[in-house]
Design a protein around this ligand. Structure first.
Ligand code: ATP
Length: 390
């Protein structure tokens, strides 16, 4: 087991590309940390520097308190699991899993015992004598994990290990990975761009954008208190809706109507002595079909009317997509900031608002629907810096 510390770790490739910039991270012994961010944000590069597969340009990596920048991958005693499994096709499952142990010249009786124990944990016992080509994707990925765990390394680094699997298998494997990590208690760093994996697997999530750490925290904390528009748009699926609004005398005006600022945001009204432009963020689950709400409940929010463009019925809930007309927001960098998150729309471009309604909603495509939203749950962002003001 290991404590892993990154102290201003930076990677600049020879062509000048800055892939990771001054990354600070303190991973506790036994912790499960998830690295997320859009494609190209530096997740794999960060992992490869920790594994020793990529040189560190500047900064320091410490494993269990010792500088590890110059250590070979072998001396770091860290096991890596890749998306592509990287199994030897001509070897059986047993031989694949035994490979790192034989390389370390472990005696055959111990090899046998370790492989069989890992196979038991990963439910691979009856497949030990098969070749990888005769296994399903999920089984192959379990063999790749088995090969990592037999070594009993200080830490596991996993680079999108489940992304080649279909949705159902991915769900099953996600629970297996979670159980396995808890059982072994081994420090794990896991790279993904999957929302569900990011929200459910780790103790903490690190959100990266263009090589720069945006925020580190528990999944729920990041969901409830995103530090900026980027994290707000990136964490959560469907993404948070962003609507341009003007704050004036304690009232927030937007295409979703004029609403009084909730008490928790009063101080923002007091700070502003002139109308102030903001971006209002509303999570899809903070909308509801008005007809399904009790009268008393409605008073705690605001209601607007919009045409349902698309309705997706998910069985247990419905996603309703509305187009709302908003003034273009021209702030430099905002479009890029939000577009990077993969949010449904960039604010101010005839934005789409996504609402998660109860399955009982009778709204239909093309209908003018009356929709309520919970004003108490909104977040407000500065349109220039993207910072969360709430
Ligand atoms: P993805 O989710 O698509 O795998 P990622 O977040 O893992 O992306 P990296 O693969 O770490 O991103 O890449 C980070 C940045 O560094 C990208 O801009 C990429 O183009 C660049 N990069 C990666 N490897 C090299 C290299 N060998 N030489 C130059 N630039 C590189």
């Amino acid at each position: 087991m290991a404590e892993i510390v990154l102290d201003k770790v930076t990677k600049r490739f020879p062509d000048g590309a800055l892939a990771v910039s001054e990354m600070d991270l303190h991973i506790k012994d036994g912790e499960f940390v998830i690295l997320v961010g859009p494609s190209g944000c530096g997740k794999s590069t960060a992992l490869n520097m920790i594994a020793g597969l990529e040189d560190i340009t500047s900064g320091e990596l410490r494993i269990d308190g010792e500088r590890a920048n110059e250590k070979t991958p072998k001396d770091r005693d860290i096991a890596m699991v890749f998306q592509s499994y990287a199994l030897y096709p001509h070897m059986s499952v047993r031989e694949n899993m035994a490979f790192p142990l034989r390389l370390a010249k472990m005696d055959e009786a111990t090899v046998k015992q370790k492989v069989e124990e890992a196979a038991r944990i990963l439910h691979l016992t009856q497949h030990l004598d098969r070749k990888p080509s005769n296994l399903s994707g999920g089984q192959r990925q379990r063999v790749a994990m088995g090969r990592a765990i037999v070594r009993n390394p200080k830490a596991f680094l996993m680079d999108e290990p489940l992304s080649n699997l279909d949705a159902k298998l991915r769900g099953q494997m996600r629970t297996s990975v979670s159980r396995l990590q808890r059982k072994l208690g081994t420090t794990t760093i896991y790279v993904t761009h999957d929302q569900v994996e990011a929200m459910t697997l780790g103790d903490r999530v690190v959100v990266l954008r263009s090589g720069v750490v945006q925020q580190v925290g528990s999944p729920q904390f990041l969901y409830d208190h995103p530090i900026n528009l980027f994290v707000a748009g990136f964490i959560g699926s469907p993404s948070m809706n962003f609507v341009p609004a003007t704050l004036e005398n304690g009232t927030l005006n937007s295409v979703l109507g004029a609403v009084e600022l909730p008490d928790r945001l009063r101080r923002l009204a007091e700070q502003a002595n002139a109308p102030r432009e903001v971006i209002m963020g509303v999570r899809p689950e903070h909308f509801e079909d008005v007809s399904l709400l009790e009268e008393g409940h409605r008073r705690g929010g605001a209601t607007f009317t919009a045409t349902v463009d698309v309705l997706e019925s998910m069985g247990s809930e419905k996603y309703a997509y509305f187009t709302v007309d908003t003034e273009p927001v021209t702030t430099a960098g905002l479009t890029e900031l939000v577009a990077d998150t993969g949010a449904a729309d960039v604010p101010g471009q005839g934005s789409t608002v996504v609402a998660r309604l109860s399955a009982a909603s009778e709204a239909r495509e093309g209908d003018q629907a009356q929709v309520w939203f919970d004003v108490d749950k909104i977040q407000l962002f500065d349109p220039t810096s993207g910072k969360n003001l709430t």
